[in-house]
Design a protein around this ligand. Structure first.
Ligand code: NAD
Length: 467
């Protein structure tokens, strides 16, 4: 089997789709009702559908700046697949946004929703700006223009955007208001998720991704590994050995990225006293902060919230914050001697040129695609457990689904109920994936992709689309 026609997806993604399809093709119990010829044809359709987004929308937003100049800012909305439900995915406000990246992220959303059985398809948006260079008034215009330019293709039953890097509830509130204005008299609460609570957002949405990221780590290394200790000990599986070596002992951790995802994951780790974690390093776009006895995460969060999201970046800011830490180079964090590395910043952070220097034996992907395929293969061969993005960072979309449902019913859950439903859903997925992970030779990412592709394929088959 070969994927002959692949548009826009990155080489790395193409490889992983190919591997998942090959593994599924070998599973004769998958699509058993088809003859050999029909099955081969179905797989050709499958690879074409998965490898290609349904739609790529691109516009140039015309934005008047406060200095009187006019800018045309590139903006994207990519809709990968909606067989499982309306397209769903964040809008990234970032100067490095490009079409290939948005397509790739939209594809990941389709698989993430398939893996966790969230009834949404995959989409993603991006606006090519550095939000720090724009005033609040200008960002308001950018957000509203985005909605106006893509007004016909988004909506509660079509495509539901959410925040991503560089955007948050403020932008979602503005966008929903613009959507409501354009589609006057139509339902609008489900048009965007990640809104502020007063505007129909869900309690717990802001913390959902970081909480979920930490939960996947804790569940795999502690709850699951301890409960299945005997089975894991006898499995001969290298990942089972790594899990057992790290279960039931204090662990040192580093967190890359201290925004929405990273700061919450760090706080969860810090507060999880039962497991005796120590977060000894955190980093952001400027620096790494290091303290071998453990950092005071609540004080760091308090500092960043009054410092435009940035950690203290020099001696003066550090002394003003009262936090005990050493300032190190930004990328030094990745190669520190820690047990666990949480990646919650950008893609391609662990790659060929630094993979040999990684000391962590457990890597948790809060960000999307922070580990390249080369690095994943190299580290997995050494028994490193990599909890991949589509498994670890789905908390946001799971609570977005709850927000969308609450908006439809105008009935709102307590925060504790939101977190209960979130962790229940993530545990359900982990319980489906982990027995196979500790029993076969595939790294966790491959396992998750195979599962997700199988779910998506089953739906496509039942919808009569694999002809
Ligand atoms: P954010 O904008 O709130 O925070 C990003 C953080 O990364 C900031 O602290 C920033 O200073 C830091 N950073 C930027 N460049 C860096 C670098 N080179 N080295 C170290 N740190 C750097 O973004 P976020 O919402 O926390 O998202 C982070 C990642 O998680 C993104 O990849 C995003 O796609 C992914 N993600 C986010 C959500 C969500 O709900 N927010 C859901 C799923 C996935």
């Amino acid at each position: 089997m070969n994927i002959l026609e692949v548009l826009a997806l990155e080489e790395e993604t193409k490889k992983i789709i190919q591997e998942s399809l090959d593994a599924l093709y070998e599973k004769k119990e998958f699509l058993p009702d088809l003859t050999n010829g029909e099955r081969t044809q179905a797989f050709k359709s499958l690879s074409a559908i998965i490898s290609t987004p349904n739609n790529i929308h691109k516009s140039f937003l015309r934005v008047p700046r406060e200095d009187g100049t006019i800018e045309r800012i590139p903006a994207y909305r990519v809709q990968h697949n909606d067989s499982l439900g309306p397209y769903k995915g964040g809008i990234r406000f970032y100067e490095g946004v490009n079409e290939e990246e948005v397509v790739n992220l939209a594809f990941l959303m389709t698989l993430k929703n398939a893996l966790h059985q969230v009834p949404f398809g995959g989409g993603k948006g991006g606006i090519v700006i550095n939000p720090r260079d724009y005033s609040e008034k200008e960002l308001n215009i950018v957000s509203r223009k985005y909605v106006r330019y893509f007004a016909d293709v988004i909506g509660p039953d079509k495509d539901i955007p959410a925040p991503d890097m560089g955007s948050g509830e403020r932008e979602m509130d503005w966008m929903m208001a613009e959507y409501k204005k354009i589609h006057h008299g139509k339902p609008y609460l489900g048009s965007f998720t990640g809104k502020s609570v007063v505007n129909g957002g869900s309690l717990g949405r802001r913390e959902a991704t970081g909480k979920g990221v930490y939960f996947t780590f804790r569940y795999l290394i502690h709850d699951y590994a301890v409960a299945h200790k005997e089975h894991l000990e006898n499995s001969g599986n290298p990942f089972a050995n790594t899990a057992l070596e790290h279960a039931e002992r204090p662990l040192k951790m580093a967190v890359q990225g201290f925004g929405n995802v990273g700061s919450v994951a760090a706080l969860e780790a810090y507060q999880c006293r039962a497991l005796n974690n120590q977060v000894i390093a955190v980093s952001d776009r400027n620096v790494t902060l290091y303290n071998e006895d453990g950092l005071d995460i609540p004080s760091l969060i308090a500092f960043t919230s009054s410092n435009r999201g940035d950690l203290p970046k020099d001696a003066a800011e550090l002394s003003e914050s009262g936090i005990k830490a050493e300032i190190r180079g930004r990328d030094e964090l990745l190669t520190l001697p820690v047990d666990v590395l949480f990646l919650a910043a950008l893609e391609d952070q662990i790659r060929k040129d630094n993979m040999e220097n990684i000391q962590a034996k457990i890597i948790v992907e809060g960000a999307n695609a922070p580990t390249t395929r080369d690095a994943d293969a190299y580290l997995s061969d050494k028994g490193v457990i990599i909890i991949p993005d589509i498994l670890a960072n789905a908390g946001g979309v799971i609570v977005s689904y709850l927000e969308w449902l609450q908006g439809r019913e105008t009935q709102y859950h307590e925060e504790s109920e939101v977190f209960r439903l979130l962790l229940e859903k993530m545990q359900e997925t982990m319980d489906t994936i982990l027995p196979q992970y500790f029993g076969d030779p595939y790294p966790l990412r491959e396992n998750c992709f195979i599962h997700a592709v199988q779910r998506l394929s089953t739906v496509l088959h039942k919808q009569g689309k694999l002809y």
